[in-house]
Design a protein around this ligand. Sequence first.
Ligand code: CAO
Length: 568
Amino acid sequence: MSNVIVKVPDLGGSENVEIIEISVAVGDRVEVEQDLIVLETDKATMEVPSSHAGVVTELLVKVGDTVSEGSDILALTSEVSDEPVADAAVDAPAEPAAVVEEPEVAVEAPEAVVEEPAAVPATNTATPSASETIELTVPDLGGATDVDIIELSVEPGASVEAEDSLLVLETDKASMDVPAPYAGTLVEFKVAVGDKVNEGDVYAVLTTSNSATTPVTAPVSESAPEPVPMAEKPASAPTPSKAEPAAAAQGVETKALESKAVVEGKDVYAGPSSRRLARQLGVDLTKVKGSGARNRITKDDIRAYVKGLVQQAESGQVAVMSGSGIPAVPEIDFSQFGEIDLRPMSKIKKLTAANMSRAWLNVPHVTQFDEADMSDLDAFRNDMKAEAERRGMKLTPMPFLIKAAALALRVEPSFNVSLHADGEHIVQKHYVHIGMAVDTPNGLMVPVIRDADQKGIWQLAEESNELAAKARAGKLKPAEMQGGCFTISSLGAMGGTGFTPIVNTPEVAIMGVSKAQIKPIWNGKEFEPRNMLPLAVSYDHRAINGADCGRFFTTLVAMISDIRRLVL
Ligand code: CAO
């Protein structure tokens, strides 16, 4: 074991380069070649890998610091047996346990991204004076071989300007674009995405335009053009002159992970390793929100994105499961607006959320509204209150509504159905079980009163009281929440003039009850104060037609308005 200070390697001449990301923390165990920090110049981002395996004991830099070759990055306790990064051996001391290491940036930087005309020297080394059709060959890739093509940047037939990117290549460590050496028309590609290429491979055919004059990079000599590093050459960069050819090319040998210009052109900003991870996981980077500097997408962002998708899928969110293409709600960092804290959702709330999303997305909802005159019901209920107390129960409108709904389902059986999963059948039920939504500290629960059509008001009052109490105490058994045919959701005690409840699938209809109010109702001779109960029935329009609902609702309202009908 020895202590090692990992230092910034040769940055190809760049100095005071900003650290935009620190990929490890104190206590982390890092492997050889594992990324430690990400640097960014105004043209390129670079990931600096570790020269040793070991445990990080101290970070000597922070995000926003600027560093140059030789700056300390971090201290780690290294295992002697670890070798420094193979690629970096050039500048590394012979003894890997040395306190100071200077690995090269583990970047397989292309020496060139500009067409290097090995295959067609006559056309590529000389400036075309008139329109010519030339084969474009893969330039010097800095020693990298079998490099993946990850993108063809233009369509055959497209006009391109000199320096327009034609291809994007990617090695383990670097992505690089290959720009057109001349303006012209791209006749065809000789390669496809996924192909592997090497220096000198023909990848496209280009017909140069008459106006094509100077190739993207000025040649070092007449016969050997010197390419320019992609990462150091934004589209607007001046073309190096003959007198200064090496200046633009020098940095290539030691750096250039990724051109910001390339990434921005794809509307994402991510390093090669992030892009590689995204490809491995099949993640569309345009959908990932970057948390790094200037919204750079980190590997953690990709992992968080995938984790989010998996969690949504596991919680049954249909949008993800069915690939319905519903755009995700963008994630927002609410702490930017003020103080927040994160509280875990209860299991019931998560389940309700999944059930509601499923119902909302699957069921074509229609909601109809009506009012029932519950003046007589209320008068009767008040008359019975004393007896209810003697029976040890509370008599609210709820048991009357349950009874009325159960009988209306009997009268209008088109409401007492479910859609069969095969999409070919309707399941007609010959029993009537009514669900009752109960607001509990843990979330919404729906206990079910069985055979409600066959029970009297006292029994329904007793059962609804008991089930509501059990729900609030978290003591409902699964069987007590199953088998419902129709649900009643009452917000009557709380207020509101109406709401549109969501069908509690696999049921096909639900009734929302709002707060009764005394209203002036015309009785044919005069306005009379009546206690009017606002009701809403939402139904699944796949199973129920508006006319069915009209009949069902009229029956239901008639039963609530004249409770004598409940005993018929
Ligand atoms: N209009 C006016 N008053 C009403 C009313 C209405 N529609 N419904 C109930 N009330 C009155 C009751 O009569 C009672 O008053 P009294 O004691 O003076 O008689 C008072 O409001 C409280 O009733 P309650 O809420 O205790 O009892 P309930 O039987 O009406 O309701 C239950 C029981 C379990 C349905 C209810 O407590 C509940 O949890 N509701 C929430 C349902 C819910 O959250 N739905 C989800 C909506 S959308 O997701």
